[in-house]
Design a protein around this ligand. Structure first.
Ligand code: AP5
Length: 215
């Protein structure tokens, strides 16, 4: 079963790309951001601990996120279909912890300049029912009816509380301070890292993505 990581800055397009991959592969999408938001919504102990970190654009402590990912990876659907991690690992310690849990086939690094990211973050809306991601500043990614999901009739789209200008700057700085050592760690294994252009992620065909992911 394929195991891979989608790595990139806030707004690089990890979740959107995962949605595209899900349309042709049963590989399980594990987004640590989504897991935290579900825990916050459910008012669980993990959610209570994570909330202040997320709202202020800081990383949730490694111990919390590593245990959460370990539990998710141990579940049957992942054992059967493999995983695509989105938003994990983000630090060197998380990368090392992941190496002790599972082996990886590919680490996809989505390359994108900062100037493209602000509108992606500020314009992002998503459907709370099906998880589809939209962008109101992009004609191809806009919902057909303003504020509503294209597929879940009458469902109002939501905007994330950390998708504002101030928190974006903090998330970006956090990414800059951690990303190099994560990429360097994976670059030590020849052929593991696959860099892709974040401006082109929407135009990759299924065949091209299968080649990148080696599935
Ligand atoms: P998380 O939810 O992981 O946020 P993030 O990494 O900041 O990434 P995003 O979800 O913002 O962006 P994305 O790359 O998925 O982009 P998307 O596809 O949506 O984490 C949130 C917080 O949780 C963190 O700040 C931290 O506090 C905590 N956390 C999570 N994981 C953690 C960890 N491992 N350790 C510690 N703490 C952790 O796209 C963005 C927008 O762009 C959308 O509107 C989309 O429509 C648009 N778009 C996508 N692709 C394109 C394209 N090719 N062209 C134009 N627009 C596009």
């Amino acid at each position: 079963m394929p195991n891979f990581v989608l790595f990139g800055a806030p707004g690089a397009g990890k979740g959107t790309l995962a949605g595209k991959i899900k349309s042709f592969s049963p590989v399980v999408h594990i987004s640590t951001g989504d897991l935290f938001r579900a825990n916050i919504k459910g008012d669980t102990p993990i959610g209570k601990e994570a909330k202040s970190f997320i709202d202020s654009g800081r990383l949730v402590p490694d111990s919390v996120v590593i245990d959460m990912v370990k539990d998710r990876i141990a579940q049957d659907d992942v054992k059967q279909n493999g995983f695509m991690l989105d938003g994990f690992p983000r630090t060197l310690d998380q990368s090392k912890a992941l190496s002790n849990i599972a082996s990886l086939d590919v680490v996809v690094v989505i390359d994108i300049p900062k100037e493209d990211l602000k509108n992606r973050i500020l314009g992002r809306y998503s459907c709370p029912k099906c998880g589809k991601i939209y962008n109101i500043y992009n004609d191809e990614l806009k919902p057909k009816i303003e504020g509503k999901c294209d597929t879940c009739t009458n469902t109002e789209l939501t905007h994330r509380s950390d998708d504002n200008e101030e928190t974006f700057e903090k998330r970006w700085n956090t990414y800059l301070s951690q990303s190099e050592e994560v990429i360097n760690y994976y670059s030590e294994t020849a052929g593991l890292v696959q860099k892709i252009d974040g401006r082109k992620t929407m135009s990759y065909t299924e065949e091209e993505l299968k080649q990148i992911l080696r599935i």
